[in-house]
Design a protein around this ligand. Sequence first.
Ligand SMILES: CC(C)(COP(=O)(O)OP(=O)(O)OC[C@H]1O[C@@H](n2cnc3c(N)ncnc32)[C@H](O)[C@@H]1OP(=O)(O)O)[C@@H](O)C(=O)NCCC(=O)NCCS
Length: 203
Amino acid sequence: MPAQTIVPWGLPYAKKVTLSNTWPRHGKVTLKPFTETLTETEWRRFYECFRDPEIAEWNGSRPLKMPLWLFKRVVMGEVSRGDRMGFGILDEKGEWLGTVELYEMTRTEATLGILIGAKNRWGQGYGTDAVKAVLEYAFCTLRLQKVKLRTYKHNLRAQRAFEKAGFRHVPTPPAPTPRFNFGLAPKSEFVPMEITREDWECF
Ligand SMILES: CC(C)(COP(=O)(O)OP(=O)(O)OC[C@H]1O[C@@H](n2cnc3c(N)ncnc32)[C@H](O)[C@@H]1OP(=O)(O)O)[C@@H](O)C(=O)NCCC(=O)NCCS
C-alpha cells in the first residue's frame, strides 16, 4: 500500500502530511518516530508541550526554559544515544498532539512516558491509543519482555488510560533516602505500573 497523504486542519498553510505505513498506529493515532524529519510546526508543538507548567506538573518535572534551537539539539542527541525511542502522537488528520517515549531501555525492558500537549484533546481516547500503539511496537518490534512506568498517585486520568491499555498496578519498591532534593516530588507520591509480554498477549 502507498503511504497515506492527508491535509490536516489547524496547520497554518494546510500543509500535506505524509504518514508512513511503517509507523506504529492504533485506533485514532499514528506514531511518528523522532528519527524522521519533523516539520517546524511539529517541533514547535513538541517544544511548547514541555514548556507548559500544568503539563510539567502532571509529569513530575519542571517547565522547560531552554530555547527551541537547544531543545532540538538535546532531542537529537538523545535520539542518537540508542537507549530511548520517542514518537510524536499524530491524530487522524496528522496533527501533532504530543509525545510518547520508551526510555531506560535495556534488551528486555523499557519505561514509558507520555504527554498529550493539546489539552483540549484530553479524555478523548488519544492517550490510550498512543499507549497501545507503543506497546505493540515494544513487544512485537523490539521484542521486549516488560514495559514499566511511574505516575502520580493523584493522576487518575493517566492511570485509567494506562489500565485501558493493559497496564496493572504493582507494589511500590521501598524508596531509598534521597541524597539530594531538587524540589521534585518524593518517590512515595508515584505509583508504579507495568505490563509484561504475557499480560499484553492475553489482554
Ligand atoms: C495522561 C494522558 C496521556 C491520558 O491521555 P488521554 O487521551 O487524556 O486519556 P484517554 O482519553 O485515553 O483516557 C482517559 C481516561 O481517564 C478517565 N478520566 C479522566 N479524568 C479522570 C479522573 N479525574 N478520574 C478518573 N478517571 C478519569 C477518562 O474518562 C478516560 O476513561 P474512560 O475512557 O473509561 O472514560 C493525557 O491526559 C496527558 O497527557 N495528561 C498530561 C500529562 C500526563 O499526565 N502524563 C502522564 C504522566 S505519567
